[in-house]
Structures are given as C-alpha cells and as structure tokens.
Design a protein around this ligand. Structure first.
Ligand code: ADP
Length: 466
C-alpha cells in the first residue's frame, strides 16, 4: 500500500513536490560545499607556491652545516607571512633538517615519496599527528649544491569554517524554503484541481433521467479539459444508446400490440354468434396468421437482444456464395411463383467467401423476401454473384419494384424503419428485416448498401474472401 495513498490528491502532490525539492536542495548544498572546498584549497595552494619561492631565497647553510632561515626575514614584507605557515625542510632521504616554531613537535608528512617536488610543486592534503588538517605544498631545491625538499603547510581550518558557515546558513534556510514551497505548492495544486472538484460535483447529478447534462470545460486545451471532453463524448454516446433503447422498447411494444389486438378482435367476433365449422376455421386461420407474425417479431427481437449482448458466436467457414444464393432462391421461389415473378441467378462459380454461412443465409433471405414483396406481380428479380474492384465478393439483388428514394437509403437499415407504414403493414413487415440483414453482414466484416439503379431497388452485399 502507498504510504500517502489515502490522502487527498492535492496533499499528495504537495508532499511529492516538497520531497523532490528537498532532495534537489540537499544535492545542491552538498555540491556547492564540494566546489567551495576545492576552490578554497586551490586558492591556498596558489599562496603556498609564492611562499615556497620566498622561503627558497631565505634559506642558507651555516658553516657548521645547520640550515637556517635568514635572520632579517622579519623585515621582508612577503616573508612575514611565512611565519604564519608551517614550514619543514627535509633531505631527499627524509631526514628533517629544519622546522619552524609553529610546526613544533609535529611533522608535515612522513618520508618523501618518489619524485616529490621534482617537477614543479607537489600539492596535497595531509593530517598532522595532532589531527590538524593542512594543505601541503612541497618543492625540491638545490641549496648551495645540496638537494633539499621544502614543505609548506597551511591550516585548513579556515576552509572548514567557511564551509561550516555556508552549511549552517543553508541548513537554517532549508526548512523555511521548504515551508514556503509547501504552502505555495499546496495552493497551486488546490487551484489546479478545482475544476476537477467542479466536474465531480456536476457528475454526481447526472442520472438516467438527466443524461443531457454535460461536464463544464474550463480550458479545452489542458488535461482536465480533455478529460471532461472525453467524459462528455461518453455521455453523448450513452444518451444516444439510451434513446435508442427507449425507442426500441416503445416500437417493439407497439408492433406487438397490433397483432395481439387483431387476435383479440377476431376471437371476440368469432364468439359473438354461433357459426358454421368453416367460419370457425376461417377465424382460427386468421388468428394463426397473426400468431405467425408475432412469432417472427419475437424471433427478430431475440436476434437483436443476442446481437446487442454480443452473444452470437460466428461459425466461420469458406463457402461458395453462388451455391448459397441458389439455396435461398429455392426458398423464396415459392412466394415469387405465387405472384408469377421470375428470379434469375447468375455469377462466378469460383468465388469463395469466408464467413458464417447461416448468418449470411438469413441476410440473403431477408433481402430477397423484400425483393419479392415489393416487386409487382409478374416482375423480375436478378441476383448476381461477382467480385468487386477491392477483391471482395459481391452479391447484388435487384428487383422491379418501386425502388428506394435517396432520402430513405440511410435509414432503411434502422430498426423498425418503414418507408410507407400503410403499404408495409399490409405486406406484414415490421421494419426489422433489413436491420437484421445489416447486422448479419457487418458481423462477418462485410457491408450492405443500396446502389443507384434505373429500375427497382438494388442491394449490394460485399463480403470478405478471407
Ligand atoms: P419490412 O419488414 O417492413 O420490409 P425491412 O427492414 O425489411 O422491413 O425494410 C425496411 C423498409 O425498407 C421497408 O418497410 C420498405 O419500405 C423498404 N424496402 C426494403 N426493401 C425494399 C425493396 N426491395 N424495394 C422497395 N422498398 C424496400
């Protein structure tokens, strides 16, 4: 579990912000201390180099072999400073031949390392026996023909006290800076998240009855604005689906009511007086007709409910659309024959499609039944199987009916949509056949549309071949 997981976002943001800032400031202070140390160290070594040169000029060997510093060095302006340094002169073998008073009993360093002070000045940090840290500079020199190594030490206390001052000032300022950053960071986070609070409040009032409400978009270009816009798009789709669902329910109830009312009135009339057997047969016959219509309607509604739930599993196979067309034509031919219509099938034998044969069969039945329904008696229906420019297989169904006016073409695939309510009621359609056909074709990656034609209606079904 996150340690701050239960805190409000604005508090968590402030904590993250302050944590990051603190880490950065600590890194900055540590880095600056390092740089400061090396700068001061370097400065001291520069002084040391000058002082070593001064010392070189003041040293001399006495007749008894002792090494001394020139008596009157107190009078030299520069050499005065030498007093304040720690001075040690050794032979290349490491024997100490001179030490100044300040150094006392300490040694600046142990025996010289190979090449100490030979080519230029050797600079390093060293610690004396008493624990004192010094900047040490040494230089090899030939005095009166004898090699010596001059070592000058500078107390590092000054460097450390400067660093300590800097650290004290920084560490004192750190909590104040972090406090200020936390305060302003919190205000900033609170202000930036205000629109989110606004959105949450508004979202709470959106219910099924108030799906037309939308979230406020303060700034469409920022992240919160984009979030609100996406949420509003979802709400749009939800509202549309809700409307469709409501319309579907009311259309379905309306369609169910009509045959039920017809059954009821036929039954009531049949019961009013005693009738002959053939009259009762007629009554039962018309009732059964309405029951058939009801059954078809309920089946269509069931298909939709399965399709909407995504419960329909496709049984995909490769098959010949021409064979399927012939099979479907065989089914609808009975209806066509009754009306003396002719159904002509042609096309490429070799074309194969990849899809669910049963679903496509249902789609073709619906389109062909419509062609028969809406073509006049003695009319003709053409079914052609071929290949589109895109390489997909096509099944074209044309009839000799009244055709489909341009303004209705985009809507005839909608559920319960009928061009002419009165005309289709007679022929028994509820406006569901084409929407089932459309769903069945689309479910297998195909497409169905109405094409322009100079006679009747032409439906083009395009199907994937693999
Ligand atoms: P229905 O069951 O009412 O025929 P459909 O969904 O199959 O419903 O068709 C929707 C509407 O499209 C029909 O009501 C009809 O007006 C029109 N339509 C469909 N096919 C044809 C066609 N071949 N010729 C003329 N109109 C058609």
């Amino acid at each position: 579990m996150q340690p701050f997981g239960s805190l409000p976002l604005r508090v968590r943001l402030t904590i993250w912000y302050v944590e990051v800032l603190a880490a950065m400031l600590i890194l900055f202070i540590a880095g600056t201390s390092f740089v400061l140390y090396f700068q001061l160290f370097h400065q001291l070594t520069r002084f040391a180099v000058q002082d070593v040169e001064t010392v070189e000029g003041l040293l001399s060997f006495q007749p008894d072999g002792r090494l001394t510093l020139n008596e009157d060095y107190h009078n030299h302006a520069q050499s005065r400073y030498v007093l304040e340094r720690l001075l040690e002169v050794i032979t290349p073998e490491g024997r100490v031949i001179y030490k100044n008073e300040r150094l006392g009993s300490n040694l600046l360093d142990s025996a010289p390392f190979a090449g100490e002070g030979v080519n230029g000045y050797s600079e390093r940090s060293s610690r004396l026996q008493n624990g004192q840290r010094v900047v040490l500079v040494s230089r090899r020199h030939n005095l009166e023909g004898r090699p010596i190594i001059i070592r000058l030490g500078y107390d590092q206390a000054a460097i450390w006290s400067r660093i300590q001052e800097f650290l004290t000032a920084s560490v004192t300022a750190l909590p104040v800076l972090l406090g200020l950053a936390a305060f302003f960071g919190y205000q900033l986070a609170r202000r930036s998240l205000l629109p989110l609070q606004d959105m949450a409040n508004r979202a709470e009032h959106i219910t099924a009855e108030r799906l037309d409400q939308r979230l406020p978009i303060a700034n469409p270009n920022d992240e919160l604005g984009q979030l609100a816009a996406s949420f509003n798009t979802v709400l749009n789709r939800l509202e549309q689906s809700f409307h469709q669902l409501r319309r579907f329910t009311s259309d379905a109830s309306h369609e169910l009511r009509t045959p039920l009312a017809a059954i009821r009135s036929v039954g009531e009339v049949g019961l009013q007086n005693s009738r002959t057997a053939s009259e009762y047969q007629d009554t039962i016959g018309s009732m059964l007709e309405e029951v058939t219509r009801l059954t078809k309607l309920v089946e269509a509604l069931l298909t939709f409910s399965r399709a909407d739930e995504g419960r329909v599993e496709l049984a995909v196979s490769q098959f010949s659309p021409l064979d399927l067309t012939r099979e479907v034509v065989g089914l609808v031919e009975v209806l066509a024959d009754e009306r003396h219509q002719e159904v002509l099938v042609s096309g490429e034998e070799s074309v194969r499609v990849c899809g669910d044969r049963l679903l496509l069969r249902q789609a073709l039945i619906n389109v062909l039944q419509n062609a028969v329904k809406y073509s006049p008696d003695g009319g003709k229906i053409w079914v052609v199987v071929g290949t589109a420019v895109s390489g997909r297989a096509t099944v074209t169904v044309s009839d000799s009916g009244p055709g489909i006016p341009l303004e209705h073409r985009s809507k005839i695939f909608d559920r319960f949509y009928r061009i002419d309510e009165a005309r289709t009621r007679e022929t028994g359609g509820a406006g569901l056949g084409l929407s089932i056909a459309n769903w069945a074709v689309q479910a297998q990656g195909g497409e169905i549309r109405v094409e322009d034609s100079d006679h009747g209606a032409t439906f083009l079904i395009e199907l994937p071949i693999k």
